[in-house]
Design a protein around this ligand. Structure first.
Ligand code: MD3
Ligand code: FE
Length: 205
């Protein structure tokens, strides 16, 4: 298993999940989305829609609307609690995060082929000492990352289905984004596009 340290604390395991494991996780996510459908987040203030659609699993979920970015325990449209973490997703955190406390939020991002995510930092959590773990499923994404200041130079890698990233230490507050999806690069899903699953802690343990 290849383990690549892209920057201090930014670890990449290309092809960590084999095809069978990807299929199982994709099925778990399909089940969760049956209970907590994808929603379209909106930018605070402008109310402009994100091109990425989202849902969550676990006790807390990330949402964004006119009132701001936040974590909350229920779906913004159905008002139902988020589905439980799939056990297979929790196992990846145990195996790879190096963090003693369990994740609290499992954000599910869905990228249709035209979706993008602009360069940003993840700073809505109260505990930056905990890492973030990211799993890619479906079509390859062109992922860009830089430093902790927006003007720092950036580099790009292609995140393929089954790849895992760990964002820890000095990279926990790195700027990052998704420039584009490369449709037709994976046969995992029934439609073109990509899921990204991120596991996070929100509050101090
Ligand atoms: C680097 N998601 O949900 S995952 C996000 O592919 C997000 O959907 C992207 O950025 C996606 O916030 C990138 C990889 C990732 C996740 C969190 C990070 C990279 C990160 C936090 C800090 C630094
Ligand atoms: Fe992010």
């Amino acid at each position: 298993m290849q383990r690549v340290e892209l920057a201090e604390g930014l670890i990449w395991w290309p092809g960590y999940l084999d095809r069978a494991a990807q299929e199982e996780l994709a099925a778990d996510i399909g089940t969760a989305l049956g209970r907590a459908p994808l929603f379209t987040p909106r930018m605070p203030r402008t109310n402009a829609p994100f091109s990425v659609r989202m849902s969550n699993v676990g006790p807390l979920g990330w949402v964004s609307d006119m009132d701001g970015y936040r974590y909350q325990a229920f779906h913004p449209e159905t008002r139902a609690p988020w589905p439980d973490f799939p056990a297979r997703l929790l196992a990846l955190w145990t195996d790879l995060s190096g963090h003693p406390a369990p994740p609290q939020a499992g954000l599910v991002n869905w990228y249709a082929p035209s979706a993008r995510m602009g360069l940003h930092q993840d700073r809505d959590e109260q505990d930056f000492t905990a890492p973030v773990l990211s799993v890619s499923l479906g079509d390859t994404a062109v992922f860009r990352y830089g430093g902790t200041e927006r003007r720092a130079p950036t580099r790009s890698i292609r995140l393929a289905s089954g790849d895992i990233l760990l964002l820890s230490g000095d990279s926990r507050l790195a700027f990052h984004g998704v420039d584009r999806i490369l449709p037709g690069t994976s046969t995992l899903l029934d439609e073109p596009g990509r899921f990204n699953l991120t596991l996070r802690r929100v509050t101090p343990a």
